[in-house]
Design a protein around this ligand. Structure first.
Ligand SMILES: [Zn+2]
Length: 150
């Protein structure tokens, strides 16, 4: 879609999304028709905790942000299946993890942007901030690319 203009400031909004649950989620949040329905009956609630799920009716949410006042507006335009096809070209986290393991890289999450990363050469690096993480991953990415490992 073309960038919408916010109702208040009338400036072009920035595209964004809201992950389903926290960083590194595989899914963006979705819109479903109707109010949320909780499963009825104790056993059904135990087996299917949370809101009932209608994947065939789901639309992926785009979250556009006004750079002036920060107001976020949500748009639900694409069925989730269509959104998935658009992402199909990028490998799943499992494939990435397998490739990294093959390349001899080990990532251990310490929470948030704190990671312990073991390089193929056995060097141990710890990150604390997103800037740290981005820098270390970029260096590692470059090293792996030049050795043809990823
Ligand atoms: Zn605004």
């Amino acid at each position: 879609m073309t960038a919408p203009h916010g109702a208040t400031c009338r400036v072009e909004m920035q595209p964004g999304h809201i992950p389903e649950s926290g960083p590194f989620s595989n899914e963006a949040s979705r819109w479903y028709p109707g109010l949320p329905r909780r499963p009825q009956g104790a056993l059904r609630r135990m087996l299917t905790s949370g809101i009932e799920y209608f994947p065939d009716k789901a639309l992926e949410l785009d979250a556009w942000r006004c750079p002036t006042c920060g107001r976020v507006e949500l748009f639900a335009l694409r069925p989730v299946a269509e959104a998935r096809e658009a992402q199909a070209a990028s490998p799943s986290l499992e494939i990435v993890a397998a490739r990294l393991q093959e390349a001899g890289v080990k990532f251990t999450s310490l929470g948030g942007w704190a990671w312990r990363i073991e390089t193929p050469g056995g060097q141990l690096v710890e990150t604390t901030t997103q800037e740290d993480f981005d820098r270390v991953v970029a260096e590692l990415d470059e090293a792996l690319r030049t050795t043809g490992k990823v």
